[in-house]
Write a protein that binds this ligand. Structure first.
Ligand code: CO
Length: 154
């Protein structure tokens, strides 16, 4: 029997207009972090940091190069293009904001890190701004923050 055709359009996902996958964002985040801490990012460092094989990293880096997000030269390493740097800074900013926010709530570091690594790829710009505003308000109202932290631990 043929499957019944659905006429309803599915609700639009808030991040459906995002052009890049979580994997691409993770690579750019890690490459920027390596460049900021070591001054350069090599395939071997990325492989170690993301716990994947150097062959997979090379494939991905070549793909990112083809997409104009970085310039890669074998044996020489890579630099982020302006587009790649913009994306990397964006994901890094989301990572920091979410880490800051969940930290305020008193959650444990390992929980925060795991959750942030997932959440950072899936929240839309309006949600980022809302969490930013909430974080700001909580920092200004220690009594309220204390009540929230206490309630969260129950
Ligand atoms: Co992250």
């Amino acid at each position: 029997m043929p499957r019944k055709q659905t006429t309803k359009t599915p609700p639009r996902r808030p991040d459906s207009d995002r052009a890049h996958s979580s994997t691409v964002e993770d690579y750019l985040e890690r490459i920027l972090e390596l460049i900021n801490t070591k001054g350069y990012a090599r395939v071997v460092d990325i492989a170690e940091s993301l716990q994947i094989s150097q062959a997979s990293v090379t494939n991905m880096v070549q793909k990112l190069d083809a997409e104009g997000l970085l310039n890669y030269e074998r044996y020489r390493g890579m630099i982020l293009t302006t587009a790649g740097q913009t994306l990397a800074l964006n994901i890094t900013r989301r990572h920091q904001l979410l880490t800051d926010f969940l930290g305020l709530l008193g959650l444990e570091d390992n929980v925060i890190y795991r959750d942030v690594e997932g959440m950072e790829h899936h929240i839309s710009a309006p949600t980022v701004r809302a969490i930013e505003a909430l974080t700001e308000q909580l920092k200004r109202q220690p009594a309220l923050l204390e009540r929230v932290r206490t309630a969260a631990q129950q």
